[in-house]
Design a binder for this molecule. Structure first.
Ligand code: HEM
Length: 181
């Protein structure tokens, strides 16, 4: 099992980062939607503490992932994949990376503009990027919600593409992220 990716398959590091981030994003969305439904109180605050910390973890992992991708390269798609599908897949991948950087940033600014001291699982505090600001808070709530809506669409498209390769085209593109081959 190779750590590095090749032209034909993803290495162990790329696969670990892909499935790790996928699991964290799924957990993150479940936590956020549970917190969203709760009235103000201790349960909501406890869930939001986890949500903020997990979001910052996802941000860090995406930076590492992009660095690894840049240094290590990405396998090419088989020639059987058409130009339109290739362009759509590439666009959606970059969109997902951008969203997973912008969502934590908008969440951080939203929390700090509400006057919340943001910590990483209570272990250390994140320096303030902005001061408490009611108008900014309103804007960032909207931005966070909009980015999340686009994220849901991007994830849905990504899943449909993966299932198409796995169950319909059967061209090994899905397996190379699963087993590396
Ligand atoms: C990948 C990262 C993230 C994802 C996928 C995500 C997702 C969500 C979702 C689905 C909601 C509920 C709907 C909404 O209000 O938008 C939410 C709410 C919220 N998020 Fe995030 N979030 C992320 C990162 C962060 C970070 C890093 C912070 C803070 C440092 C944060 C702070 C909040 C807060 C305070 C709310 C509650 C808003 C309210 O109910 O008034 N989020 N997030």
């Amino acid at each position: 099992m190779s750590l590095n990716s090749t032209m034909r398959g993803y290495g162990a590091m790329a696969r670990l980062l892909h499935w790790g981030v996928a699991l964290l994003v799924a957990t993150q969305i479940v936590i956020a939607l549970r917190a969203w439904k709760l009235p103000l109180g201790n349960d909501k605050f406890a869930l939001l503490l986890q949500h903020r910390s997990l979001g910052l973890t996802i941000f860090t992992l995406i930076v590492i992932r992009l660095g690894w991708r840049w240094a290590n390269g990405v396998p090419t798609l088989p020639d059987s994949v058409g130009a339109a599908a290739r362009a759509l897949a590439r666009f959606n991948q970059y969109l997902l990376y951008a969203l997973l950087l912008l969502l934590p940033l908008s969440g951080l600014i939203m929390s700090q503009s509400a006057g919340t001291v943001v910590s990483w699982f209570g272990l250390f505090n994140i320096p303030n990027l902005v001061a408490a600001d009611e108008a900014l808070l309103k804007q960032m709530k909207l931005v966070h919600l909009l980015l999340n809506t686009v994220l849901f669409a991007g994830i849905a498209l990504h899943l449909v593409g993966a299932l198409r390769h796995w169950l319909w085209l059967k061209d090994g593109v899905f397996q190379r992220m699963l087993t590396g081959r």
